[in-house]
Design a protein around this ligand. Structure first.
Ligand code: PEP
Ligand code: MN
Length: 346
């Protein structure tokens, strides 16, 4: 439940509400919104007795939170969350943020060159996996900490913040030392201990939808991170399994407007994993921007045919330039703008 205060409520009145909630054995969290202050009641299993607040001055309304994904819901926070990344990039506002780079970090040269090329084409965040969740244990597993170090070097040379996957609780601390955004992959969307740990790590999180997960399960997974006090969560639609094997997954673009209605969290789209087919990335990127995606996650490699992972869905830097041009036009048509990289690095 939210105890919504009058606009003119004093700090003492808010404090009295906090005290009352704590007396009832719950946790209180004041939420300072743009138009209102509310105090959230946390830690309750069943419903909260609203009558306990009627005598307190400054209280305007009691709003029950009916959705199980409480803090992720629009009831909890009507206005959109803006996730702020290092270097001033914001996700969830008017701008469409493009995060691009290889599936995996393969060498210093590969990641630095890709970073320069995607930045010159207009990407504002660099992606690249150092720890790779591969279906087969015999496939390339990523370079681990060396990959993180090369990502950090690419950041230093281009000014692009980096997003990279963290696969298990033991490596959260290590990955958080290098990454600007911690990615939780599709295969780990319901790894609840990992979600808790990244929630506590104090860094923005990119949470990808599991390929057999419903939209509500995605929001409940985000709730684990929010419940740790980390509200910097970006969701990502990356395709779900279907009966049709023509594409690798089915990119569920209806999830984007749906999440925007149910939640205040930003949602991006990943047409690379979502299709698994290089030639389908551009049209589905356009479609995702048209559907209202707050960002795109795109796999780009200077020589996709030589990529050590996901080459079939990876586009070249030239194809990426064209993707950016077309997505700018779509963004413009719906009154948005593709974020531009800051003038940093060399
Ligand atoms: C990735 O983005 O590198 C990745 C492994 O994606 P997903 O978790 O969506 O499969
Ligand atoms: Mn990949």
């Amino acid at each position: 439940m939210l105890v919504v205060m009058e606009r003119a409520a004093t700090p003492e009145q808010v404090h009295a509400v906090v005290r009352r909630i704590e007396e009832m054995g719950y946790e209180a969290r004041p939420l300072i919104g743009r138009g209102r202050t509310a105090v959230a009641v946390l830690g309750n299993q069943g419903s909260v007795d609203g009558a306990r607040f009627t005598d307190l001055p400054g209280v305007r309304d009691l709003v029950p939170i009916t959705e199980p994904y409480r803090q992720a819901s629009r009831e909890w926070q009507p206005e959109d969350t803006i996730v702020r990344l290092t270097g001033g990039v914001t996700v969830g506002g008017e701008d469409v943020v493009v995060m691009a780079g290889p599936c995996s970090v393969e060498s210093e040269r590969q990641i630095v060159e890709t970073a320069r090329r995607v930045r010159d084409a207009g990407a504002t965040v660099l992606r690249g996996g150092a720890f790779k969740p591969r279906t087969s244990p015999y496939s390339f597993q990523g370079l681990g900490e060396q990959g993180l170090a090369w990502l950090a070097q690419a950041r230093a040379e281009t000014g692009l913040p980096i997003v990279t996957e963290v696969m298990d609780t033991e490596s959260v601390e290590l990955v958080a030392r290098y990454a600007d955004v911690l990615q939780v992959g599709a295969r780990n969307m319901q790894n609840f201990s990992l979600l808790r740990r990244v929630g506590a790590a104090g860094k923005p999180v990119l949470l990808k939808r599991g390929y057999a997960a419903t939209v509500i399960e995605l929001l409940l997974a985000a709730e684990y991170i929010l419940a740790e006090g980390n509200d910097q969560v970006i969701l990502c639609e990356r395709g779900v399994r279907s009966f049709d094997g023509t594409t690798r997954f089915v990119l569920d673009l209806s999830a984007i407007p749906l999440v925007h209605r149910l939640s205040h969290l930003p949602i991006m789209a990943d047409p690379s994993h979502g299709t698994g087919v290089r030639g389908k990335v551009l049209p589905m990127a356009r479609a995702a921007v048209a559907a209202g995606a707050d960002g795109l996650l795109i796999e780009v490699h200077p020589a996709p045919e030589r990529a050590l992972s996901d080459g079939a869905q990876t586009i070249s830097t030239e194809e990426f330039e064209e993707l950016m041009r077309q997505c700018r036009a779509i963004a413009d048509a719906i009154g948005r703008r593709v974020a531009e990289p800051a003038e940093v690095g060399g």
